[in-house]
Design a protein around this ligand. Sequence first.
Ligand code: ATP
Ligand code: MG
Length: 344
Amino acid sequence: MNKKSFGLDIGATSIKLCMLDGRKGSFILKAASISPAPVRGMMSESPLDMEEMAQAIAKAVKDAGIDSKLVNIALPENQVYTKVLDMPVISDKELASAIYWEAEQYIPVPLQNITLVWNVLKRPNQPSQGDKMQVLMVGAPTVLVNKYQKVIQLAGFSVNSMETEILATIRSLVSDETFPTSLIVNIGSISTAFAIIRNGTMVFTYSMAVGGAAINRAIATDFGLTPQQAEEYKRVYGVSGKSLGGKIGQATEPILNSILAEIKKSIAFYAQKYKDDASIRQIILSGGTAKLPGIEIFFANNSGIETAIANPWKVLASQQMPKEILSNASDYTIAVGLAMKDYE
Ligand SMILES: Nc1ncnc2c1ncn2[C@@H]1O[C@H](COP(=O)(O)OP(=O)(O)OP(=O)(O)O)[C@@H](O)[C@H]1O
Ligand SMILES: [Mg+2]
């Protein structure tokens, strides 16, 4: 029996799996798959829907040929409170009490309903006066944590670790501290998460409830199409400016513009905070919506920053891979990051 955990990314529309072998720096891909998530999915509180989700997960894992019972999962970014805090340099013990003061300020719901976790992202070795350390604080509604635990248990697995999607994203995309200053944008179906990486560490994160599903709704409304038809049109025409494609693009653009507005705000926040530092060098687009034809050109042209599509498979030692897995690389970012967690 395999002792390592597999990575499981439960999205609103799809379930992504990844199992790695080998070692950090030259992983070997054991399994990777994408399968549709049940319609009501994890958003539902009903036991029947949880059972359906559990069965879908169990089937996906079996079909992928994964033999591990341990799983690393991620909580959806838009349902948790995540903040990178700049704090005075204090000990872990002091932090354990100080963090509750911070949480009181930033988490807008009663803390008794929240599972609070934190970790030090960066602590200066020999701090001088005024130095700060960066702490990542994550507050997850306890009912949400319990629901994920329950579904995994129903599926026949044990949760080895639980984190938030953006942390898994960073693990698979950010190599080390030499990584260029970047803005990572993970655009899924119902949510989009942003993270700014500086010297290999996350210094800012934010999420919004917009994604590919909103594009479908806009296209379906403008052209009187079913959601399935809208999905097909979107995949074919993307943001292109040609004939019918141009009109489809017009329906898509307001959604991309709302994401662009947050990109610009994040960049402005960064520039204001790190005045004397190198600016953001690249935008990396991840998630299923990163496959929208023309999306990287749209963001590059409108932000003035070089934009690329995420490829988490860079963590693998070179190997032959099925074309389908390669061409859907940006879908796997979170699942790969989760699968990498056991190798830290
Ligand atoms: N080729 C494509 N072109 C454009 N959009 C695409 C393409 N393929 C998938 N998508 C979109 O990607 C989205 C799914 O992405 P992803 O799998 O990252 O989301 P999810 O994880 O299920 O959702 P979320 O993270 O929001 O819970 C859907 O909105 C889908 O329409
Ligand atoms: Mg997702």
